[in-house]
Design a protein around this ligand. Structure first.
Ligand SMILES: C[S@@+](CC[C@H](N)C(=O)[O-])C[C@H]1O[C@@H](n2cnc3c(N)ncnc32)[C@H](O)[C@@H]1O
Length: 320
């Protein structure tokens, strides 16, 4: 009897497995996504209403919060305070990224949070443009604040350097001598290169006409997966594919399945999806290569070192 039940469960699982990996599911998801989107946006709107004004766009990690805030999309405040410790000179992930994927390229960073990684990628590698999108408008506000702060500090340093070297030249651009020089050879400052926008990537049509050379999706798949299920994940992958130029690069840092467990209860939606998810992170590579159509994958994980505890995740680069 027990065996019959097990067999039925296994058959059911394997049938739904086959079904889920078919990209046909994408067509059925729109209605579901729309309903969930409305529900999730209500959660975000409520959260925003509860936030003290000064914390929108001017994060102050020193101020401790008394109330328990929930972050149903991984939209943590001060995320980089956990990821980048004081003894690190930069986010360790920057060291495994290939300059060629960014220099002079149009890039998209999905789930940019407060924009620190986006800004550092632009600054270190000299992107032609990089757009960071995030579902949470407060994180987008934080990102815009960080960009202003970063440029201000950079200008201050440069001005100091010029003063001490006696140079009268006023124009200030990117540091590290990596200023972006487009085809016309002009120099741009970070404000012209980096921008941030509030978008739910799963749902938005606002990016449909854009094309990118490189798309990043770092530590975001779990949140999209838990909030929009297997269909949402397939939508994410299909959209990324569509938005990439031929030969374009998709850089993904998926969270492992075991980490879904601790976040599954952040909302009813995530709990429900956690129970019904069939596609596991260990299948993502196969899905992206065999179903979505990426040509090659490069595993960058072995070059990654010095990450904070709990953030030793796989990083993969797919080529369209
Ligand atoms: C854990 S953070 C990762 C931040 C950054 N990518 C990194 O790794 O440094 C995940 C971010 O994804 C965002 N996010 C989750 N679902 C999203 C969606 N559907 N569209 C856009 N952003 C989303 C969250 O708001 C959050 O800021």
């Amino acid at each position: 009897m027990g065996n019959d039940k097990d067999l039925k469960k296994k058959k059911k699982r394997s049938r739904s497995n086959e079904k889920s990996v078919e990209l046909v599911v994408v067509a059925n998801e729109a209605k579901q996504i729309q309903q969930q989107q409305q529900q999730q946006e209500k959660v975000i709107a409520n959260e925003e209403n509860q936030k003290p004004k000064q914390q929108q766009g001017n994060p102050n990690p020193k101020k401790k919060k008394k109330s328990q805030e929930s972050y149903p999309f991984g939209n943590y405040k001060n995320y980089y305070g956990y990821r980048i410790s004081n003894d690190m000179d930069e986010d360790p992930r920057l060291k495994v990224l290939n300059k060629e994927w960014f220099q002079g390229k149009d890039c998209l960073d999905i789930g940019c949070n407060s924009g620190i990684m986006t800004i550092h990628i632009a600054n270190k590698f000299g992107c032609r443009s990089i757009l960071g999108v995030d579902i949470d408008s407060s994180r987008v506000g934080d990102a815009q604040w960080h960009l202003r702060n970063f440029v201000r500090k950079q200008n201050h340093t440069k001005a100091g350097e010029k003063k001490s070297s006696g140079s009268k030249e006023e124009s200030i651009s990117l540091s590290n001598g990596e200023a972006n020089t487009g085809s016309s050879g002009e120099t741009k400052d970070l404000f012209q290169i980096v921008s941030f926008q509030k978008e739910n990537f799963v749902h938005t049509r606002n990016l449909d006409d854009n094309r990118y050379d490189t798309i990043l999706c770092l530590s975001v798949t779990k949140w999209i997966h838990l909030n929009w299920g297997d269909d949402g994940l397939i939508t994410l992958f299909s959209k990324i594919w569509r938005l990439l130029n031929p030969g374009g690069i998709f850089i993904m840092e998926p969270q492992p399945w075991k980490s879904y467990e601790k976040n599954r209860r952040v909302s009813e939606t995530t709990a429900m999806h956690h129970r019904t998810i069939v596609l596991r992170p260990e299948h993502f590579q196969e899905i992206l290569l065999d179903k979505i159509g990426f040509r090659t994958v490069e595993d960058l994980t072995s070059s990654l070192s010095g990450v904070s505890k709990g953030f030793d995740r796989q990083i993969l680069a797919f080529k369209k």
